[in-house]
Design a protein around this ligand. Structure first.
Ligand code: NAP
Length: 314
């Protein structure tokens, strides 16, 4: 039997609907809309799309979102100076620096940038203070994608307490916060990565299986326990026709989309896994819209906190 589709777009819409009145209320009290600054360095095509979507969505919920653009040739010092200026700004409640940064900025560039962002404006939840608070289960700014997944599981009636959860991927922005959030919801959590032995067997023990790897269709049906809930966070742009033809049947919507555009986004989970899973998130339309909705929610939360207690530090 085909798995139930978990409708991330619908849950994202609900979250956004709760942001709009809070934005209006904030604007009434503060005399300005909540402000989000997005910093984009270079011209990575995928980042351009993500940033455009974030700016558009923020505008739709009455937030004032501004793009700060730096050329790919910008130095790390220039980027740090922009972050310092935004930290001091009275009209920017949230700061998001889009990753990845250009490789020329150096290996530790992202860490240095995230370390510098004022934790009370850190709407990506990547500052060590916010990560520490997450570990202690008292975070109020949490990485958007995993926070969105928890909302989706809640809204979809998926029981986390007592469940066995497996997260594949251990990045700072997705895998690790995902694992911590599931742990705080009383799941028993295993984190897998590229060095994990017997990965399919471990995955197949999960009641809730989360894939955050960035390898198209890596999670095949043998990774999935029958009836499990599968969350596909991965998004990889695939332009190889042979790969698309292997994954999607000729008359499918995905093939049609590929024929139109010459590339499509493919998740980490193989389409066949839907025949085994009990519930599954689609790609696209699953986790992606939730990430943006949670960014807006974090921004309004940061704005409200600054309004009620000055430039509050967490
Ligand atoms: P990342 O930083 O590249 O991390 C990937 C993780 O996957 C690493 O922990 C890596 O293990 C693990 N991995 C890679 N190959 C593996 C393999 N063969 N077997 C097991 N584990 C493997 O990526 P990320 O930022 O976490 O993002 C993951 C995916 O989610 C990407 O496709 C990204 O585009 C997508 N994403 C989507 C959204 C959304 O809104 N839908 C948001 C964020 C990210 P090691 O640590 O051992 O290297």
């Amino acid at each position: 039997m085909a798995a139930r589709l978990l409708d991330g777009a619908a849950v994202a819409q609900q979250i956004r609907a709760s942001v709009a009145p809070r934005s209006a209320e904030f604007a009434k009290k503060a005399g300005r809309p909540p402000g989000l600054a997005i910093v984009l360095v270079g011209d990575d095509p995928a980042s351009e799309i993500y940033v455009r979507n974030k700016l558009k969505s923020a505008g739709e919920e009455s937030l004032r979102a501004e793009l700060e653009r730096l050329p790919a040739t910008a130095s790390l010092e220039e980027l740090l100076a922009v972050v310092e200026r935004l930290n001091r700004s009275d009209v920017h409640d949230g700061i998001l620096v889009q990753s990845p940064l250009p490789a020329a900025m150096g290996e530790d560039a992202e860490r240095r940038v995230f370390d510098l962002i004022d934790p009370s404006k850190d709407v990506d939840g990547l500052h060590p203070t916010n990560v520490g608070r997450l570990v202690q289960n008292r975070a109020w700014l949490v990485s958007c994608t995993p926070a969105g997944v928890i909302e989706l599981l809640d809204q979809s009636g998926v029981t986390m307490a007592g469940s066995r959860a497996v997260v594949i991927g251990r990045s700072d922005i997705v895998g690790k916060p995902m694992a911590l959030l599931l742990l705080h919801r009383n799941a028993t959590v295993t984190v897998c990565h590229s060095k994990t032995a017997d990965l399919p067997q471990i995955a197949a023990e999960a009641d809730i299986l989360v894939a955050a790897i960035g390898r198209p269709a890596f999670v095949t049906r043998d990774f999935v326990r029958p009836g499990a809930t599968v969350v596909d966070i991965g998004t990889t742009q695939v332009s190889d026709r042979a790969v698309v033809e292997r994954l999607f049947p000729p008359e499918s919507k995905r093939r049609a989309a590929f024929d139109r555009r010459g590339s499509i986004v493919v998740g980490d989970v193989h389409p066949d896994a839907a025949e085994v899973a009990g519930a599954i998130t689609p790609v696209p339309g699953g986790v992606g819209p939730l990430t943006i909705a949670m960014l807006l929610k974090n921004t309004i939360a940061a704005a409200e906190a600054r309004l009620t207690s000055g430039a509050r530090r967490p």
